[in-house]
Design a protein around this ligand. Sequence first.
Ligand code: SF4
Length: 709
Amino acid sequence: MEQRVTLPRFPALHGWCNRLLRIDLSSGRIRAQEAAPYLPDYLGGRGIAARILWDEYPEPVDPFDPRNPLMIIPGALTGTPSPYSGRTVVAAFSPQSHPYCWFTRANIGLNWGNELKKAGYDGVIITGASETPVQILIQDDQVSILPADDLWGLDIIQTQDAIHASLGKKLKVMTIGPAGERLSRIATMQTGSTSVAGQGGFGAVMGSKKLKAISVVGTGKVPVANLEKLRWLYKEVGAQVRALRGPRRAFKEHLKRLNEELAPKGGQARGWACTAYCPTPCKLYLSTEGCAFQRHWEGGWACVSSLFRGWKGHPLYDWDFGLRGGFELNMYANALGLNHWELLVGIVPWLRSTNEKLGEFPKFNGRPVDWYSLDFWTQFLHDIAYRIGMGDALAEGAPRAASLLKLGEEIVRRYYTGWGYSGHWDGHAAFVNYIVYPFWIVGALHWAMDTRDPASDTHGYVQNVMYVGPFKRDGIVKNAPITWDHMRAIGERVYGRADVLDPLSGYEGKAIPAAYHAVRSVLKDSLPTDDQVFPLIYSLTTPDRFFRIGDIEGPDVDAHLFRAGTGVDWDTQELERAGERILNLERAITIRHWGRDRQFDERVIPSFEYDENWINPEIGVRMSLDRERFAPVMDEYYRLRGWDVQTGWPTRERLEELGLGDIYEAMIAGAKAARQRLPTLPSPEPVLDIHRYDPDRQDRLKEQKQSVP
Ligand code: SF4
């Protein structure tokens, strides 16, 4: 199929391009749609995706159905010099989600979204499917669907190199690897060497449409309302975040050590920003020769991927492949298009424990399991991406693979908190994020309410309370720059309660930060900003450790950025109201499509009802979630959202307040239809805590726990 059109433009807006690109790969139709009807109420990114989904999909479709809309939508400020604005949302019906493949999202960094905005688009929505491999080329107003038979079968790095060689080096390319081509439910979409829409399995949606790549180059500029104010905010935010991160010296010394280690093989390491317009680069970029492959690897090394190197003494990650070996596995998994989080936090811990605790996984495709062998790992990753032998089931993700292989079914949930996603800042399933009671209660609420792993959007509380507070993995920091007194005062200021940030508090008040950060996660995905940094709450340059830039308080910076970029004169309250509107719409979509309700939300509770992985140094005993004490916290969360406490459904009044009165009836009618359509799911079993299975101690602890707040 070859198709080429030149598209019209609509009246320009500040921040936005006022144009959405709609492509149907079945008919080959390419058209432009005005974005103004969604603006400013749905902001951009996640907001526009949810509104389009609601308007155009009264019923869910299978993720591999050609009708599944693959949406790639930057935010209102993407393409502008707003700090950390280079992020873009990917949304569709998700292959990875479980037990329902419901509509959800992922977030991708680097600069693909910037380039799309410079080409004059606020987003791309792709439906249909081609019979033969194709690629999409966007060059300002000219959009083409081109054959991609020569690209199909190449890995992600080879594909980008081939497109840069044939169509031009300036192109920003979004593509998939062998995993996506073979519809692996844990396949990623990727741009550059390392930036991925990791969670959700969206790479398989591209594969199901025979869509190999979407490349864009833009020659335009995104007009903004107040460039000077944006630049000033960029500078000020960057300065404060750098200060909060501590002296650069530590990062420089780390880089020096890495370069010394890489030098013998001519390798290099440098600091790297994983997102365009990031004023505080905190990631690594390496270039080195391979160990397992005769190949030069070059790219970013971010997030959980450092675990590929191994973690000395860790019960699940104690291999040691060194810097080059670990980086090579990172890049190889990228080239294959596989979700690192799913592999490292879910699949490998599950298989390892299944073998070590149950002796059930001695061989992988006829080869003895050897997590200490680089060659074993490369075959393991290859066979998952190419769906070879057991790799075929593993390509479905662990929750499905466990039942397909009848393997470690009783322990897989020890690593999966909910909805088909492995743990993340939950204090239980994830062994990589150090967090203790009572703070993971907020994480439990986020998991209960979301359609995917929520932590990628809610680091603002669960991560920051552990990163900036006085607790560290190995105990309490002496002379911590931010004390619990600072934290309690900030709790009072931001959430209206000091005990929200108190290590000796309990369940009370935890619904407040959960409700607050759920809305803030929507803003991060729709403005956008960086989830590792926003909302801006903590500072090391102010006496009370609360973030301020002149007379602008940290949590209000988002509204200042939005006003400076778009010219829309909203304050924080109106911006959060837009976030609330989008969150309620996302909720209504799950109710309309799947009849989701409170009982369904509570399916994640067993993932917290066993001993936490780490002990709060101030309490001294391991805690687990107490369902009876958690129930009133869920009640409060629903009340704060304006949702019915029994059903967990937005009330008609709440939806009308948010300008969504028109969706109420359809939401209710859809839920009724879904209940007739869907089989009743069995209640989730308690999670077998294989890491600390000691029945006697359980009871002993239960008595002790009664005495803790
Ligand atoms: S995680 Fe955030 S601060 Fe770090 S490089 Fe990426 S955008 Fe910058």
